[in-house]
Design a binder for this molecule. Structure first.
Ligand code: SF4
Length: 630
């Protein structure tokens, strides 16, 4: 049908839009607040001065590491735009990144060490901070109390310092658990018998994306990438279109934007995935060539899936049997198809649900196509330095930690305070290097603030679920406050005072490792061109490229030899029990901005207002599931 619009229609539509904006409280409230902010310091956007210029860097607020094009007056950035073609973000940006320059003036920003004593927070000087930290470090060695450091961005030069400190004190170096799509990829990779394997997600190679909770259209991967690919695919013939199917108990933003939303009872993801597997195997729709060449344990898995006929799945999950059958047939017809689990906004899926999702990806032949194998950005070898290995939160026994050090990159959405608090001894010292009295920084009994976002040059490995590894030394755009002492400096002084030694930082070693590997290409955002790493003359030339906001991207990694286990030892019984279990309760989730759960920094004041005082970001609603029962 042809859509005919007259000038009158356009006039009426335009008038309606203007009236809608005028009648909405949002613009008036924002105008009111902005006028107050600009009259009373601290202002979120300082008045600009100097000539207009554009500078490039990357956003460090969450692991997506998006490229930023900063519009600056003099040295002051006043706004950001995405960088088209950027290897990490491909022209994507989220609301948090758009206001990253407001954070240096955030009211919860701290610029001096602070201590909480007797329930009162007080500012202390550098010497007191060093003394408190060194006493706690010395006590760990003397009184056999556990030292634990949590690092949100492992692999940086600073991470090496943390690992050395953990080794020197006999403590633990803890990294956050995989979340969202990364958790599904990790589960799948661990079933591979051909050596260590890392997989990424290549949405451009998929025609169907099923998500069991990962907000693939909002918070996951590169911002907006899947939504853009899907929109572009709609201009192609129906057989080439990308569709997104969200299967979960809460109707969040990603579910609202999906092509299909299938509500299921909470905690019944394993039953639903096994129901899809049942139809794929029963109707001989699975990828037989992939299963034959690349998997083991098909007979045992088929016997398990045979128990999950769509009628039983309807009883367990609340999703109609016809919906289960139709989805399985649709996935088989429209391959490449991939399935992702996890949910950074709510509790992560159980190991059993992730195992069923991994098996589903194998039935659909997703590994090495829509789930390609990927390498890591090169890094310097550890040499002779004594470094603690990374461990998980589960390694922290309850009530055992006497000194907990939280790096500024630890997001509370990934490392919940309730879990950390359980691990603390009654008189433990909690030290945070966050520049904010917010999130985990607010829980610290000793806050040693470091530079705010954009105030320091930072090493950024891209997200672990991207199809290619990326890396940037994101240049700083702002100057830190004059008297700010970097947390690492205080940490080194305290370590020396406690009689412990740390290996000296090795500047340039990461750049040297990149050049030595002669892999990949460097994207120059100003020129929007790539240069092969092998063509970069030396470390200085590489440093200049990174200072201009360049981003390194890896080459494609060849497929390794080996097979994936559809089931591991003893897994069939656990999976059966979990899939037949009763639904769980679904937590009530507050309204939040995209990426907020993954970011260690608080959102800017402007964004907080949009989330809390308007209906622009509504909380996810629990799905109305009908037939689910134990
Ligand atoms: S917060 Fe994350 S997604 Fe948003 S712009 Fe920054 S890096 Fe990108």
């Amino acid at each position: 049908m042809k859509l005919e619009l007259s000038r009158r229609d356009l006039f009426l539509a335009g008038g309606g839009a203007v009236a809608g904006i005028a009648l909405s409280p949002v613009p008036w409230k924002l105008l009111d607040d902005l006028s107050i902010w600009t009259q009373q310091p601290p202002t979120p956007t300082p008045r600009p001065a100097g000539p207009l210029a554009f500078r490039f860097t990357s956003c460090a607020l969450c692991p997506a590491s998006c490229g930023l094009k900063a519009r600056c007056f003099g040295a002051q950035p006043v706004g950001f735009a995405a960088v088209p073609g950027h290897p990490a973000s491909d022209g994507g940006l989220c609301p948090l990144g758009l206001t990253a320059h407001h954070l240096a003036k955030h009211p919860l920003r701290a610029t001096h060490p602070e201590r909480v004593s007797g329930g009162k927070r007080e500012r202390i000087d550098r010497a007191d901070a060093v003394a408190a930290l060194s006493a706690a470090l010395a006590a760990c060695g003397r009184e056999k109390r556990t030292f634990a450091v949590v690092d949100g961005r492992p692999g940086r030069t600073l991470s090496r310092t943390y690992r050395a400190l953990a080794a020197a004190t006999g403590g633990l170096y803890v990294t956050p658990p995989a979340a969202g799509a990364a958790l599904s990829l990790e589960t799948l990779a661990k079933r591979f018998d051909g050596g260590a394997l890392a997989l990424g997600v290549d949405f451009s190679k998929a025609r169907r994306v099923v998500s069991f909770g990962t907000p693939v259209l909002t918070d996951a991967g590169t911002p907006g990438l899947l939504a853009r690919l899907r929109a572009e695919s709609r201009r192609r013939p129906a057989a080439e279109r990308i569709e997104v199917i969200q299967v979960e108990a809460t109707r969040g933003r990603s579910a609202a934007l999906a092509d299909r939303y299938i509500p299921i009872a909470p905690g019944t993801e394993a039953a639903f995935a096994l129901g899809l597997a049942h139809v794929l195997l029963d109707e001989k729709l699975a990828d037989a060539a992939f299963l034959d060449a690349r998997t083991t344990g098909l007979a045992d898995f088929a016997a398990l899936a045979a128990r999950f006929a769509p009628a039983l799945v309807e009883q367990k999950t609340g999703a109609q049997a016809g919906v289960v059958t139709a989805l399985a047939r649709d996935l088989a017809t429209n391959r490449p198809a991939l399935v992702l689990g996890g949910d950074p906004a709510a509790a992560p899926l159980s190991g059993e649900a992730e195992a069923a999702i991994a098996a589903l990806n194998l039935l659909l032949g997703a590994p090495f196509a829509a789930l390609p194998v990927r390498g890591d950005a090169p890094r310097a070898t550890d040499g002779d330095a004594k470094l603690a290995a990374a461990t998980s939160l589960d390694a922290l026994p309850d009530g055992s930690v006497g000194l907990l050090l939280l790096d500024a990159t630890v997001a509370e959405g990934l490392v919940p305070w309730a879990r950390l608090e359980r691990a603390l001894a009654s008189d433990a010292l909690v030290v945070s290097l966050s520049p904010f009295r917010a999130g985990l920084g607010e829980k610290a009994t000793l806050l040693i603030p470091g530079p705010a976002p954009l105030e320091e040059s930072i090493e950024l490995d891209g997200p672990v679920d991207a199809p290619f590894a990326t890396f940037a030394f994101a240049p700083a755009l702002l100057s830190p406050p004059k008297n700010l002492v970097p947390g690492e400096e205080i940490l080194r002084e305290a370590t020396a005072a406690a009689g412990l030694s740390l290996p000296a930082p090795a500047p340039g070693s990461r750049a040297d490792a990149l050049l030595a590997a002669r892999r990949g290409r460097l994207f120059d955002p100003a020129a929007a061109t790539f240069v092969a790493t092998g063509d970069v003359a030396d470390t200085n030339a590489l440093g200049e490229l990174f200072a201009r906001g360049a981003c390194w991207v890896d080459d494609a990694t060849p497929e390794p030899k080996g097979r994936f286990a559809l089931l591991r030892d003893g897994e069939a019984a656990r999976l059966l029990e979990a899939a037949l279990g009763a639904p769980s309760s679904v937590p009530a989730l507050p309204a939040s901005l995209p990426r907020e759960a993954l970011s260690a920094a608080p959102p800017s004041l402007l964004l907080t207002k949009l989330t809390r005082e308007t209906a622009l970001f509504t909380p996810p609603a629990a799905a109305a599931t009908t037939a689910a029962r134990a």
